[in-house]
Unconditional design. Structure first.
Length: 259
């Protein structure tokens, strides 16, 4: 395909947490996809407007106007995940707002791809309680994508991402291996050639003693869940103070590894 420019919109998933470069900056699936797309396209340019913690309406207000100005050939639009994990969420209302935003994104003339949410069936019971919300939102997003001619990248069906080992210590963000598999899935969905298969099973996991698992759960509750609850009760916004890592369409730096 003649994609010479790519803009990624979204939150921490698209920014690239927890896939860290040696300098401490996030890489993530979108950077990995851009590296592959740019490998054989000398004129290729890439922007990543995603900022951690952003809600759907914030992404629409802050990032969508920039994408409309940049007018790229290809846009990734992933939004709603942070709305889903809040204490309350009306998925029907969220999907209506997503549909309105997707209409604006596709009006840029770019090829647009969106994502389903992950299957949380094997996650901790606290996170697993969100599974019904995610499944409902997924179906509403699929219908919206069909109405607007967008491509759907199915993360729910990625069995490898149901493995807790592909998630970081906060259990909300993918590890480098998780992001690598998402990048492979995106490229395959776009019809780009890939040398690896995202379906490849992870190595067999070593048995973990019950006491060790309980200790990990307690540490997770102390270090991530309770601070999250306190921030929500105070009305803090996770994305405050953070800016997009690539706010303009620019060529990729030379020598970056693909995947």
């Amino acid at each position: 395909m003649a994609w010479n420019s790519f803009v990624a919109l979204g939150d921490s998933f698209t920014e690239g947490l927890d896939d860290w470069r040696p300098d401490g900056s996030p890489r993530g699936w979108a950077d990995r996809v851009a590296e592959c797309l740019g490998a054989n396209r000398p004129a290729f340019r890439y922007a990543n407007l995603a900022v951690r913690g952003k809600l759907l309406d914030q992404i629409v207000a802050d990032q969508l106007p920039v994408a409309e100005r940049l007018r790229p050939d290809l846009i990734a639009f992933c939004a709603g995940g942070n709305d889903i994990i809040r204490f309350t969420c009306d998925t029907d209302d969220l999907a209506r707002r997503f549909d309105s935003a997707l209409e604006r994104v596709t009006a840029t003339g770019a090829q647009v791809f969106v994502f389903t949410g992950f299957d949380l069936g094997r996650m901790h019971p606290i996170i697993r309680r969100l599974r019904g919300r995610v499944a409902c939102y997924n179906e509403l997003m699929r219908a919206s994508a069909e109405r607007h001619g967008s491509t759907v990248v199915d993360l729910w069906g990625m069995a490898s991402l149901a493995d807790p080992r592909t998630w970081g210590s906060d259990r909300l963000h993918l590890t480098a291996e998780g992001h690598r598999r998402v990048a492979l899935r995106v490229l395959e969905t776009l019809g780009e050639p890939v040398a690896e298969d995202w379906r490849a099973p992870l190595p067999e996991a070593q048995p973990s003693p019950w006491r060790h698992r309980q200790r990990e759960d307690l540490l997770w509750m102390r270090d991530f869940v309770m601070p999250y609850v306190r921030r929500r009760l105070r009305g803090d916004k996770t994305g405050d103070g953070f800016a997009p890592k690539r706010p303009e369409l620019l060529p990729l730096d030379g020598g970056q590894p693909a995947l």
